[in-house]
Design a protein around this ligand. Sequence first.
Ligand code: SAM
Ligand code: SF4
Length: 325
Amino acid sequence: MNDPFGRVIDYLRISVTDKCNLRCIYCMPAEGTKPFRQKDILTYEEILRVVKIAAPLGVKKIRITGGEPLARENIPYLISSIKDIHGIENISLTTNGLLLERYANELAAAGLDRVNVSLDSLKPERYKEMTRGGNVLDVLRGIEAAEKAGLSPVKINMVVIRGFNNDEIGDFAKITLNKPYQVRFIEFMPLGAREIWGPEKYVPLSEIKSVVETVAPITPVRLRRSGPARYYRFDGAPGVVGFINAISHQFCGECNRLRMTSDGKLRPCLFSGSEIDLKTPLRSGAPDEEIERLIKLAIEIKPVGHNITCDNTFQHLGPMSKIGG
Ligand code: SAM
Ligand code: SF4
């Protein structure tokens, strides 16, 4: 379905939980966030009903996210059930990777196509500090397991934060010299956990790219389904580096997505607080036509773009773990 600005909306990101087994400093406060009440979290049957109604409207691509999606029980069941829905062509998962070694084969067997792993440092001590307790070796084993299970191309997403991990940009880029991964650099956005954000911590993509170029020259590559990322390759490398410019060059003009929070709210845009409640109608016996009307409404009110910049104020949109990153 097209939105009023002619964008084709074919991508739904579904957050399946707001809980997480990490506490990344830029995403959650140390004490965690007050979780949604268990009874407010959509059941798998409710999620499947929404996808069944969204698919004939043109949604072809689903991403499962959170919180940490692998911290919710029986995700392979949800994935295989979504995969069975007519019209769904592609299903992917965003994870911190801690539990990926355990689940990679099961996820692949369930029909998962690809996985994005969030990883902000390769240094064990720093990773532990940035995630407040995580073990980077678990994530690295998870990435290997995903590759072996055929969840390819594995994407590694690094949020670059000045003073925390910007000295590792070159090391992340070098991963692509040996592995067929897509290593993607993401600009730090002024949302999530307030205490960490500051304009001085923001590293623009132009700077990230120039650091990558100090490793070796890169040439642009065109990839199918590149989404908001722009990709480059070191000469002869099996992997590619990608740059996701959420802030410095807005990708709103190409935005094809809607989000659904784990408590059943449709969000037309990450940067806008507007939400459409699906949980109440789902639970009060609304017919499919009403759910369809609400999905269409979310598409109709999708804003043309955002005006967030690296130096304007922090966006009080709630933690990314609750919105669904
Ligand atoms: N727990 C999973 C994970 O970490 O991949 C999925 C949810 S997490 C909220 C999704 C993504 O949002 C992660 O890659 C995380 O780095 C990113 N994220 C959270 N807060 C962010 C911020 N302020 N700026 C940029 N990316 C952010
Ligand atoms: Fe958890 Fe992902 Fe947020 Fe880190 S970024 S706290 S892994 S939801």
